[in-house]
Unconditional design. Structure first.
Length: 285
């Protein structure tokens, strides 16, 4: 019934500088649900462990999502809009806490190296300000037979496909404060208040209904397109091709995304998605 994909490739500028990819992406398809996440580690010199930060963010998010669905899935169906928002806020808080726990363990095992200490001195950053070094954005999404939701902190894009497969970015996830290389982050002191959420219920939101797919992107992909061509062109093509030949489409994207980076943003490029798959006769499988 549900399928997913995740692709993360090093950007042209990172290849030129011989620096690692700071993005991460992954997905999980379970019994009656599918979840995905992408994270973009901050590229500035001050965030010298952000490649680890994005990996931790995606891994812990997928783990927390599965735990959340097991414990609170029924509650999401049987509560009010306000209750749904509070539950999603609780999930975001759990993800932040789990991410910080992974950072603490990593930092304990790998204290600051001399060159990292030099960066802290250069920018007057306290050596115990651990989460700052691992700063990253995060987007995650979930689809089930009864509801779908997505949450985001920082830049990047979340694209929903409605029942007629028209792609669009939910207004609830847009953050007018972002721009000019500024972004909110998991490492912010008020990170929990910077998450935005979008929730759709099959029972409460007809006739639009549940999405057929949710795609997540880091800004390296988004910044390589104009909005119209990104939505109507790239996203629709990916959706259609995934339903025709998933493995071939993944292979093409793995080849194409580095070229997209070179022609566009120069940044790391990552995407992940979950979707309801239709067979050749249009039936969900």
């Amino acid at each position: 019934m549900y399928r997913g994909f995740a692709i993360s490739q090093r950007g042209a500028s990172h290849i030129a500088k011989e620096t690692p990819c700071q993005d991460a992406a992954d997905y999980v398809v379970g019994d009656g649900y599918a979840v995905a996440a992408v994270s973009d580690g901050h590229g500035g010199e001050k965030y010298f462990r952000s490649a680890c930060g994005s990996q931790f963010a995606v891994a812990e998010t997928l783990r927390c999502l599965q735990e959340f669905l097991k414990n609170y899935g029924e509650s999401l169906i049987n509560t009010t809009k306000e209750g749904q928002h509070e539950l999603l806020k609780h999930l975001s808080a759990r993800i932040i806490s789990a991410w910080q726990d992974e950072i603490k363990k990593h930092f304990a095992n790998q204290p600051l190296a001399p060159h990292e200490q030099d960066i802290c001195s250069k920018y007057d950053i306290p050596a115990d300000f651990q989460s700052y070094f691992y700063g990253a954005t995060l987007l995650y999404a979930c689809i089930t037979p009864d509801y779908s939701f997505a949450s985001q902190i920082g830049d990047g894009a979340c694209v929903f496909f409605d029942t007629d497969t028209h792609p669009g970015m939910p207004a609830e996830l847009e953050d007018a404060r972002l721009g000019f290389s500024l972004t909110t982050s998991l490492c912010d002191a008020a990170a929990i208040d910077n998450f935005r959420h979008h929730f759709i219920s099959a029972a409460a939101d007809p006739p639009w209904g549940l999405p057929k797919a949710v795609f997540l992107y880091t800004d390296g992909v988004v910044d390589s397109y104009e909005r119209a061509s990104f939505l109507a062109g790239f996203n629709r093509s990916v959706f259609d091709e995934m339903n025709k030949d998933e493995e071939n489409t993944k292979a093409q994207l793995e080849h194409w995304l580095p070229e997209l980076s070179a022609q566009g943003s120069q940044d790391d490029v990552s995407m992940a998605g979950v979707y309801r798959h239709d067979d050749a006769e249009g039936q969900e499988v």
